[in-house]
Design a binder for this molecule. Sequence first.
Ligand code: AMP
Length: 290
Amino acid sequence: MPIIHHHIAELRAALKPYRSQQRIALVPTMGNLHDGHLELVKLARQYADIVIVSIFVNPTQFGIGEDFDSYPRTLDDDVAKLATVNADYVFAPSVDEMYPVLPLPTSVHAGAITTQLCGQSRPSHFDGVGIVVSKLFNIVQPDVAIFGQKDYQQLAIIKQLVRDLSYPIDIIAAPIVRATDGLALSSRNQYLSDGERQAAPILHQELQYLAQQLIDSKNVEQDLETLIANSSKRITAVGFKIDYLEVKTAQLESIINNKAEKSQAQELIIVVAAWLGRARLLDNQLVTVY
Ligand code: AMP
C-alpha cells in the first residue's frame, strides 16, 4: 500500500533520503481515480524509482458556480487503486495545508496561452492550475512529472511554466485513455445519465472524422470553417452544447496565416470542450496534414 501524507513537512521529510540517489516522479491528480490516472502512474514508474501521486481538489482552479463542492472525493478507493500500480506515496493535503490564506496574494499567470480555449469560459482556471502545480513542484521537487494529453491546453501551459520558471523537471505527456466505445475517461463522466453516456462517444468519433477530412482537404485554411461548422452541427444534434471546437497548430497557435511552409507537414490539434447535461467533456485529436 502507498504511504499517505497529508502535510507538506512530513512528505518532504519522507522524500529527503531518496533525493541524492533516486529519481522521483510526481503524478498530480484531483483524485476519484480511473484507469487514465493509473496509466499515468505506470508511465511514471518507467521514468523514476519513487512515484508520488498527489490527490487534491484544488479550489483555486474552480470558478464561481462550478463543481468544486460536488467534485467526487474518494480517497480510500483511490489509495486502493494506487496500490495495484505500486505507487509509493500519496500526498493528500487539506485546503488549509496548501493555502494558508485564500486568495493567495501571489499568482502564477502563464499569459496569452491561458486566455484562449478553456480560458474563455473559465477565465481564472489556469491561474489556479499554475499556482497549484508550482506549489506541488516546490513541495515534491520531482525529477519528472506526468500529465495527460487529454488536458492538452493544461499540458502546454505546464511545459511553458517549466521553461519560463526554470524548473529542473522533465514533463512527460501520457496518451489519452479511452473507454472501449472511444469516450475519453474522466472523473466527470459519472455526471452523465445513461442516455447521455450512450451519446457521448460521438465527440471522439467526430474528432476522428474531422481529422480525416483535414488530411483529405487540399486547402485546410480555406475549408476549415465549413468543416468545423458541419462537425458542430452533428455534435449538437445529439444534445451537446459546444463550448469550443477549434483546430490549432500543435503549439496552440492559429493555423490561419500560419508561417509554416505550405509544402511541409504540419502537426495540428483539434480541441473540443462541450457540455452534455451536467458534464463538461474535453477531448482532442492530433493530426498531421501535408
Ligand atoms: P484530473 O484528476 O482530472 O485533474 O487529472 C489528473 C491528470 O490525469 C491530468 O494530467 C489529466 O490530464 C490526466 N488524465 C485524466 N483523464 C485522462 C485520460 N482519460 N487519459 C489520460 N490522462 C488523463
